[in-house]
Ligand binder design. Structure first.
Ligand code: ADP
Length: 394
């Protein structure tokens, strides 16, 4: 039995057809430049990759192409449901939900909270309903895992009416990844998740860290939007809220332009003046590029401070988990971060750290240190499992 997992963005769709039990992926792919005449599909089957143009360039055309590929491979009859990655579920969704008209309306009501992401998710859901009318569809929210945060963690110190009338609070994101790696870390440590106090650091293009107590999120670095918290590829993370008004007046920018610059021109890209890509930055820093070195240093400094802060509500830190493209692949960032966390007793095992690369996670600290682990995230698998759980519970 297979689940079709869809991650619909404004200009791309990532998909995977996978078996939630064995975690095998007989087909996956990427459709890029959706909404343009240059749209392309890349389908992957094992090591085989096939690229083609996508006439029409719409979500509908994309799903038709996926459907045809499934039929051609004789897999279509095994697909039991469609699971959608949905970005913002507000305070409405504390878990995954089968998509009904009411659920779709609730996702639509969250558009103001995620104007970049939710409209694409909705368009993807509607197109998938048309392309796969007989399959149940499930939404798995990035925010749902964090709905267990207590008010002391999720409320901002702003006028109460902003919260009660406009939903201004922390929501947290990357929940699917934080939940998955917390479960995998418990397996790796051979201890029940219910008894573990973890900090999970998801470090990709977007970055966030979460305090996970007994398998539940109790605090997270991202907030009302995915802009808060850590330094990211092109997102600033935390800044002084007074910055918006100041820079708008000084540079003659609108509020929308300031927000856009904080999302797209800041972070590693803004600091280095070079790139948002950590691998390239590490190479440039090693060649002596001062902007690249500063960007990497600030990334690590802010990450270490946030991890230490998230240990406070946990009261006891049983393990730190690194995941995401940077967390899984960059021994340099991991070692530098642990080096700044001596307060928590971390000591890196250089050999283990160098050996932990994508696909080969594990502990990277010495026996006397609290464990830091590298865990490979698998959001598609988590969405497939959630989708199966929801459709078989009905
Ligand atoms: P996304 O958040 O878009 O899913 P990923 O989780 O794939 O992205 O993370 C992308 C980031 O991971 C990029 O900054 C990339 O440079 C970084 N990365 C991937 N491999 C390495 C590596 N070997 N060393 C350092 N950074 C790496």
């Amino acid at each position: 039995m297979l689940i079709l997992v869809l991650n619909c963005g404004s200009s791309s769709v990532k998909f995977a057809v996978l078996d939630p039990q064995s975690s095998e992926v007989p087909l996956s792919g990427l459709i890029e430049r959706i909404g343009t005449a240059e749209a392309t599909t890349t389908f992957k089957r094992g090591r085989e990759k096939q690229q083609a143009a996508l006439p029409g360039g719409t979500y509908e055309a994309a799903f038709e192409a996926i459907n045809s590929a499934l039929i051609a491979l004789g897999l279509r009859d095994q697909v039991r449901a469609v699971g959608h990655r949905a970005v913002h579920g507000g305070a409405v969704f504390s878990g995954s939900a089968r998509i009904t008209p009411a659920v779709l309306a609730a996702i639509r009501a969250c558009v103001p909270l995620a104007p970049l992401h939710n409209p694409a998710n909705i368009a993807g859901i509607e197109a998938a309903q048309a392309a796969f009318p007989t399959l149940p569809q499930v939404a798995v929210f990035d925010t749902a895992f964090h709905q267990t945060m207590p008010p002391v963690a999720f409320r901002y110190a702003v006028p109460e009416g902003w919260y009660t009338q406009h939903g201004v609070r922390k929501y947290g994101f990357h929940g699917t990844s934080h939940e998955y790696v917390a479960q995998e870390a418990a397996k790796m440590l051979g201890q029940p998740l219910a008894e573990l106090n973890l900090v999970t650091a998801h470090l990709g293009n977007g970055c966030s860290a979460t305090a996970v107590q007994g398998g539940k999120s109790i605090d997270s670095s991202m907030g009302l939007t995915p802009l808060e918290g850590l330094v990211m590829g092109s997102r600033s993370g935390d800044v002084d809220p007074g910055l918006h008004d100041y820079i708008a007046r000084q540079a003659g920018l609108t509020l929308t332009q300031v927000t856009s610059a904080l999302n797209k021109e800041s972070g590693l890209l803004g600091l280095s003046g070079l790139t948002n890509d950590m691998r390239e930055l590490e190479e440039a820093a090693a060649r002596g590029h001062p902007g690249a070195k500063l960007a990497v240093d600030i990334f690590v400094y802010r990450l270490a401070k946030t991890i230490a802060a998230l240990a406070v509500p946990l009261e006891r830190l049983d393990a730190l988990v690194f995941t995401g493209g940077i967390g899984e692949n960059s021994a340099t960032i991991r070692a530098a971060t642990l080096g700044r966390l001596k307060l928590l007793g971390f000591q890196v095992d250089e050999t283990a750290n160098q050996q932990a690369v994508r696909g080969h996670g594990g502990p990277i600290t010495t026996p006397g240190s609290p464990p830091a682990l590298v865990v490979n995230t698998n959001e598609e698998l988590m969405i497939a499992r959630e989708t199966l759980r929801i459709v078989s519970g009905e």
